[in-house]
Design a protein around this ligand. Structure first.
Ligand SMILES: Nc1ncnc2c1ncn2[C@@H]1O[C@H](COP(=O)(O)OP(=O)(O)OP(=O)(O)O)[C@@H](O)[C@H]1O
Length: 251
C-alpha cells in the first residue's frame, strides 16, 4: 500500500485553475521529489495535501485513510509534517526553546500555565537527544534570529522531524542558500532515516538527483510524468518543457 496517495486533485483560485486531476503515489521510505517550472502548482499541491487549502475535487490518503478534510494541525498526530518556503521559527527564542515547543506540539497533554516548559522531563530528554543526534549542542542557547539563514532552514527541518513523522514534506529546502549551505542541506536530507518518507519540492537539479528515488513533473498544474530519475531524464516531453527550449531550470 502506498504511504501517500493523491487522487485526482483539482484546485482553482476563482477562475485560475492551478491543479488539474493531479495524482501521485509515494511508497513507504521513498524520497519523492516534485519538480516543474515556476507557477506549475507545486506549493499549491503541498497546501492541498496538508489541508492548508481546501481542494475542489479529488482526495488524499495517508496509509489508506482519507485525510482530505482533516484540519492541517491534526495531521501531525497522524504522522504528516511539513516545512514551508519561508521559515516558521520563533526568532526571539533559542534553538533549544524552539525544539521544546516543536516537541510539545506533538504531545497529547496540555501544558499548565505555571509550569515552565523546561520542567517537563520527557521534553528535556527528547530535546537533548535531538541536539546530540544532530551535533548542535553548542548552538542550543543561540537565539534563532542570530543563526545564519542556512542554519535556520536546517533547524526547521529538525523541528519538523521532531514528531518522528511517517512522511515529511519539504518545500524548497535549499532555496536562497549559498552553495555550501545547499550541499550541507542535501547531505542532511540524505541522512534522514528511511522510517520517514520524504516528499520534496526542489529546484536545484544536483540536489534533486542526489536525493530522489522517484520524481513527479508538474507543468501548468498537471502531472506530466512520474518515474525514476533515469525515466525523467530520458523523457522527451520533460526535456522539451523543462530542461530544454530555454525553460528556466527551476522547480
Ligand atoms: N492563494 C492564492 N490565490 C491566488 N492564486 C494563487 C494562490 N496561491 C498560488 N496562486 C497561483 O497559483 C499558481 C501556482 O502557484 P504555486 O505557488 O503553487 O506554484 P509553484 O510551482 O510552487 O511555483 P514556484 O516554483 O514559483 O514556487 C501561480 O499562478 C500562483 O500565482
Amino acid at each position: 500500500m502506498s504511504l501517500l496517495k493523491v487522487e485526482n486533485i483539482s484546485k482553482s483560485f476563482n477562475t485560475l485553475q492551478v491543479l488539474q486531476n493531479v495524482s501521485l503515489e509515494v511508497q513507504p521510505g521513498e524520497r519523492h521529489v516534485i519538480i516543474g517550472p515556476n507557477g506549475a502548482g507545486k506549493t499549491t499541491l503541498f497546501n492541498c495535501i496538508t489541508s492548508h487549502l481546501p481542494i475542489n475535487s479529488g482526495a488524499v490518503y495517508l496509509e489508506g485513510k482519507e485525510i482530505s478534510k482533516i484540519p492541517s494541525h491534526h495531521l501531525v498526530h497522524l504522522g504528516m509534517s511539513r516545512t514551508f518556503q519561508k521559515n516558521n521559527l520563533f526568532g526571539n527564542l533559542t534553538v533549544e526553546e524552539n525544539l521544546h515547543l516543536a516537541l510539545a506540539s506533538t504531545k497529547p497533554y496540555k501544558f499548565q500555565v505555571f509550569h515552565a516548559l523546561s520542567t517537563y522531563k520527557d521534553l528535556r530528554k527528547e530535546t537533548n537527544e535531538i541536539l546530540e543526534q544532530w551535533r548542535i549542542n553548542d548552538r542550543k542557547d543561540i537565539l534563532v534570529n542570530n543563526l545564519s539563514y542556512g542554519e535556520q532552514r536546517l533547524l526547521e527541518v529538525l523541528l519538523a522531524m521532531a514528531s518522528k513523522p511517517k512522511i515529511l514534506l519539504l518545500d524548497e529546502p535549499t532555496s536562497g542558500m549559498s552553495p555550501a549551505e545547499t550541499t550541507q542541506t542535501s547531505e542532511m536530507i540524505q541522512s534522514l532515516p528511511r522510517s520517514t518518507t520524504l516528499l520534496v519540492i526542489e529546484h536545484d537539479m544536483e540536489v534533486v538527483f542526489a536525493i530522489a528515488d522517484r520524481l513527479t513533473v508538474l507543468h501548468h498544474g498537471e502531472v506530466i510524468l512520474s518515474g525514476t530519475p533515469e525515466e525523467i531524464k530520458n523523457n522527451e516531453l520533460v526535456k522539451e518543457i523543462y530542461f530544454g527550449g530555454g525553460a528556466k531550470a527551476h522547480a
